[in-house]
Design a protein around this ligand. Structure first.
Ligand SMILES: [Zn+2]
Length: 243
């Protein structure tokens, strides 16, 4: 069995919506308005997609242009390829039969995704609006949420690696910094993960909201331009793909 180091979080009982964007500094992506809300969804429905198969429809009424479609399809294809088809994002034209679940990629006010497979209703959305189509990174961030991947800085052991500066967080966005105790960890803590907020995410006052505890460079938080080794490894571990 392949050894997966430490790693990631699969949220088992909540639905997360979020909005992300980027600031003017293209070197340090800043998330704006990433809003997490949780409801009391029952826990009997697994959040993992059976066999890692994720059918998706691109909303033809969402107004995606050629370049938008290209980045969406490439992001889905790259995740499929990079996981060695552990995960298969498969574009379909019609909802699958028998009410089987699928993802509708659309524009629905910001950049957000339901966390993991919801199951009922069968359609669940990934909203890609505005800045989140400016980078494969942002599209993949949302597709990873759809797979059940939690933010790196919300995993249960995060306090060993980062400090949350609560007083610097814009009021109302604190939930995006809460630990998610329902998640499982499979890979080492990954400061640069595309699922990690940057150091100044949701800053109220211009000061950092997340800082490293290892004296490392805070600018590297969430700095990866694409999925990291462990972003992929955590998905494969969660879906039990040992290749
Ligand atoms: Zn997110």
């Amino acid at each position: 069995m392949k050894v997966f180091f430490a790693l990631l979080f699969i949220l088992k009982s909540s639905l997360q919506m979020e909005i992300i964007g980027s600031d003017e500094d293209r070197l340090t992506w800043t998330f704006k308005g990433d809003m997490a809300t949780k409801n009391a969804r029952s826990v009997e429905t697994s959040v993992l997609w059976p066999s890692g198969y994720v059918p998706f429809i691109i909303d033809q009424f969402a107004g995606f242009d050629y370049y938008d479609l290209q980045i969406i399809r490439e992001s889905a294809a790259e995740l499929t390829f990079d996981t060695g088809t552990c995960i298969v994002f498969h574009q379909i034209d019609q909802p699958p039969p028998f009410g089987d679940p699928y993802v509708l990629i659309t524009r629905s006010g910001g950049c957000w995704a339901a966390l993991g497979m919801i199951g009922r209703p069968s359609m669940q959305k990934v909203s890609l609006d505005g800045d989140c189509l400016s980078s494969h990174k942002f599209v993949k961030h949302q597709l990873l949420h759809a797979l059940g991947v939690l933010h790196e800085h919300q995993r249960r052991d995060r306090d060993r690696y980062v400090s949350i500066r609560w007083s610097n967080i814009y009021p109302g966005y604190e939930t995006g910094f809460d630990i998610d105790w329902n998640g499982d960890v499979f890979t080492p803590y990954d400061y640069e993960s595309i699922m990690h907020y940057p150091s100044h995410a949701y800053s109220l006052n211009g000061f950092a909201t997340i800082t490293r505890r290892d004296n490392g460079d805070n600018r590297r938080l969430g700095s990866a331009f694409d999925t990291t080794f462990d972003d992929i490894a955590k998905v494969k571990a969660a879906y039990r793909c040992y290749w």
